[in-house]
Design a protein around this ligand. Structure first.
Ligand SMILES: Cc1ncc(C[n+]2csc(CCOP(=O)(O)OP(=O)(O)O)c2C)c(N)n1
Ligand SMILES: [Mg+2]
Length: 392
């Protein structure tokens, strides 16, 4: 009963996606005429004034949001099938439902800004400019993967795109993210780091220790709590005395954001970047939801009701929100949107076919990139014949 009572707040009508400027039918790929949209609900702020609900966009951006999220969704559904076909092994955590966080954040920042996250990392990698072929190759443990097939689902990485992983130890990416923000400040760069973590990680001590240092040194760090309301099978209210994660920084300001609304995410991230560069850290709590279970070994239906999942799909789905906006503005027809989804499906299928052609890593790769070269310890050679250890 308690689960049902608490989770009913997850539902919020998609119909609240209102628009304020009328528009005409336009070719969507390049139309940059300004359109104004309003976020689903107002932001709730802690220790700061919230940004406006009114967000500037264009046809081009709306269509990009639709396409990018449709691509991410399709990639995750395909990963589910590949896992069941045993072409992906090991851990695999899917992001479908949470796509608006990835696309909204990207729309507000540049690739010079850093993102670091936990193991639910496939879609964030795509957002940072990673390709589908690199993603599927990594998932299937192939050489063509973004981590040369040696990391798998939890360890996607793209340094040149400002993406620092992909981490399997819950919460450990947050202090690393604060380190990235320290480096940005130290190098006098005008860039920030977004360190993402889940509601399950939000109660860990290391998070508060890192936040304290970030606040002491006014580091350009944004802590993004992706609150999908469950840490594995544990509902947030069973794990946190205060699940108002945007307030948990106490002296650090925070903002609660509808993480199912890409425009709310964009607005919040823009606000957070400006704030962090001027004043230091900030917490963004993204109210979001994952449709899949925690990982591929969790059917995801024992600790929550099917009605809850289908209710969120119907009322708050991030892709459907954009579809509704596009149709309300007559920016594209239903058929054109369906065609985009078809195109995306083909793109995913082609990428999988290409990834399957990529060979498995060579055995000697087992020991490369494990230790920093010439820094204490160096090991290589799977037959151990060449094993060499250098102590400092
Ligand atoms: C230090 C540590 N403890 C426990 C685990 C096992 N574990 C993996 S994910 C997870 C739950 C995390 O939930 P949350 O932070 O809400 O992220 P979500 O999976 O919902 O995105 C746990 C306990 C781990 N990987 N690392
Ligand atoms: Mg969670």
């Amino acid at each position: 009963m308690a689960l049902l009572r608490r989770s009913s707040t997850l539902l919020r009508p998609l119909s609240t996606a209102t628009t304020t400027t009328p528009s005409l039918l336009r070719p969507f790929s390049s139309d940059t005429t300004p359109i104004t949209v309003e976020t689903s609900i107002p932001f709730t702020a802690h220790n700061c004034d919230p940004p406006s609900r009114t967000v500037e966009t264009t046809t081009q951006e709306l269509m990009k949001f639709f396409r990018d999220m449709a691509l991410m969704r399709r990639m995750e559904i395909a990963a589910d099938s590949l896992y069941k076909a045993k072409l992906i092994r090991g851990f695999c955590h899917l992001y479908d439902g949470q796509e608006a966080v990835a696309v909204g954040m990207e729309a507000a920042i540049t690739r010079k800004d850093c993102i670091i996250t936990a193991y639910r990392d496939h879609c964030l990698f795509l957002g940072r400019g990673g390709t589908l072929v690199e993603a599927f190759s990594e998932l299937m443990g192939r050489q063509g993967g973004c981590s040369k097939g040696k990391g798998g689902s939890m360890h996607f990485y793209k340094k040149e795109g400002g993406f620092y992983g992909g981490h399997g130890i819950v919460g450990a990416q947050v202090p690393l993210g604060i380190g990235l923000a320290f480096a940005q400040k130290y190098s006098k760069e005008d860039h920030v780091t977004f360190a993402l973590y889940g509601d399950g990680a939000a109660n860990q001590g290391q998070l508060f220790e890192a936040l304290n240092m970030a606040a002491l040194w006014d580091l350009p760090a944004i802590l993004v709590c992706e609150n999908n309301h469950y840490g594995m099978g544990t509902a947030e209210w069973r794990a946190a005395k205060s699940p108002s994660y945007y307030k948990r920084g106490d002296y650090v300001p925070g903002l609660k954001v509808d993480g199912m609304d890409a425009f709310a995410v964009k607005q919040a991230c823009k606000f957070a970047k400006e704030h962090a560069l001027k004043n230091g850290p900030l917490i963004l709590e993204m109210d979001t939801y994952r449709y899949h279970g925690h990982s591929m070994s969790d059917p995801g239906s024992t600790y929550r009701t099917r009605d809850e999942i289908s209710g969120v799909r119907q009322e708050r789905d991030p892709i459907e929100r954009i579809r509704k906006l596009v149709l309300a503005h007559d920016l594209a027809t239903e058929k054109e949107l369906k065609d985009i989804e078809k195109e995306v499906r083909k793109e995913v299928d082609d990428a999988i076919a290409q990834a399957k052609e990529s060979p498995m890593p060579e055995p000697y790769e087992l020991f490369t990139n494990v230790y920093v070269k010439d820094f204490g310890l160096e090991s290589f050679g799977p037959d151990r014949k060449e094993l060499r250890t250098v102590l400092p």
